[in-house]
Design a protein around this ligand. Structure first.
Ligand code: PMP
Length: 428
């Protein structure tokens, strides 16, 4: 496969854009280096790079592209916004329509607010929880990524973990000391932290189904326990559903798990591919936000008509019957094919899958927390990633990310992908 144009563009990018990328996860640093493939256009489950190579995509732009590229229903919505005004700086009816759709799908949301990114949404939930409780500390789980604001760049997963810098430079120590990190799926450690700091904790920040050290589900009863202890100690629960909202069903992970958080942050899928974030929750807590209350949050672009219309259109597609069942079905075929290929070639892996999302870890251990994910073989993953790319399968360039199926993948795509996995495993 020829990547000469990608390489040239990346060389030029390196001169003008720091690291040649606008988000560190896009670099190939974690998979042995090289120029990242530069994409030209996409349609459905495929995209083509600037050299004309076609790929079946499982990156889904790190989650948002659940309806594939250039979906006609979403394209129509975006065109409408482009033609009728992409930004007014005044309220529009679309914001109300979309807020109502989110509330209908996620019952814990009494009120919502739109932002421009997941980072902003999570950042604001932390501020609101602090304003509401009058406390400052937060608890997060090791390896979970919640965006790039100061307080959560502590033992973060995803990009920072991949780059081996869980604590970012530039984050003041006094900010980091307000954050307590405990291992996911570990009741004892959580209980210890709550015993020690419980009455100072404003909120527990939770990725209810982890997506940032691969797909990791909470053990039976773990999050129920976390919610109970939080309530007992007067701390709020914040669900970071930036990846999980509308990923596994038409709604949030909290409903699959039978949990009612005080606050929820969203992003990615709900923008239909355009920049977005949103947060919402219990009325009394949300009423802390300006202009009703003293916690400030704002945005020139927040709730812009283009993101609203694209998001509404995306949810309309996802609401169609059978959509999630199909992704689950294809995910199951993919998982089976991957496991069979591993067996055939004697490659030791663990696959974590939930419906249309999965992660392959090159390890013989089960993966229930960040420490176990960290131990998986990153060098082997890097070689696997490049072998898959050479067969026209695009994955995230990190051992900590997930493969995402979309509404546009077909059984033929999955069969082609399994053949590529078979080849890659034979070469490892
Ligand atoms: N929370 C989670 C769980 C995420 O996965 C991400 C992004 N990967 C964020 C927050 C931050 O979202 P954004 O990149 O839109 O700022």
């Amino acid at each position: 496969m020829n990547h000469s144009k990608s390489e040239l563009i990346h060389q030029e990018a390196l001169e003008h854009i720091v690291g040649g990328v606008n988000s560190p996860s896009r670099s190939y640093k974690a998979v042995g280096g090289g120029a990242p493939v530069v994409m030209a256009e996409g349609k459905g489950a495929y995209f083509w790079d600037v050299d004309g190579n076609r790929y079946i995509d499982y990156l889904a732009a790190y989650g948002p592209i659940i309806t594939g590229f250039g979906h006609p229903h979403i394209a129509k919505a975006i065109t409408r916004a482009a033609e009728t005004g992409v930004l007014f700086g005044t309220p529009t009816e679309h914001e109300v329509t979309f807020a109502k759709m989110l509330k209908e799908a996620i019952p814990s949301l009494d009120k919502v607010r739109f932002t421009n990114s997941g980072t902003e949404a999570v950042m604001t939930t932390v501020r609101v929880a602090r304003a509401y409780t009058g406390r400052t500390k937060i608890i997060k789980f090791a390896g979970c990524y919640h965006g790039h604001f100061d307080q959560v760049l502590v033992a973060a997963g995803s990009g920072p973990a991949t780059l081996g810098s869980p604590d970012s430079a530039g984050v003041p120590t006094n900010v980091a000391t307000e954050v307590i990190t405990v291992p996911f799926n570990n009741r004892e450690q959580f209980q210890l932290a709550m015993d020690k700091w419980g009455d100072q904790i404003a909120a527990i920040l939770i990725e209810p189904i982890v997506g940032n050290f691969g797909i990791v589900e909470p053990n039976q009863g773990f999050l129920q326990y976390v919610h109970e202890v939080a309530k007992e100690k007067g701390a709020l629960t914040i669900h970071d559903e930036v990846i999980t909202a509308f990923r596994f069903h038409y709604g949030a992970a909290q409903d699959l798990l039978g949990l009612t958080p005080d606050l929820t942050a969203m992003g990615k899928i709900i923008g239909g591919g355009l920049p977005i974030g949103a947060y919402g929750g219990r009325k009394e807590v949300m009423n802390t936000v300006a202009p009703l209350g003293p916690a400030y949050q704002a945005g020139t672009m927040a709730g812009n008509p283009a993101s609203m219309l694209a998001g509404i259109a995306c949810l309309e597609v996802l609401k169609q019957p059978g959509v999630y069942e199909k992704m689950d079905h294809l995910g199951a075929i993919l998982e089976k094919g991957i496991l069979e290929a591993a067996e055939k070639h004697g490659v030791t892996i663990t696959v974590n899958r939930l419906k249309g999302a999965l992660t392959i870890y090159f390890t013989d251990e089960k993966v229930e927390n960040y420490e176990q994910a960290e131990k998986s073989d990153g060098e082997k993953f890097g070689r696997f990633f490049k072998l898959m790319l050479s067969k026209g399968i695009n994955l995230a360039p990190s051992k900590y990310e997930a493969w995402f199926l979309t509404t546009e993948h077909t059984e033929e795509d999955v069969v082609e992908t399994i053949a590529a996995v078979d080849y890659a495993f034979s070469q490892l």
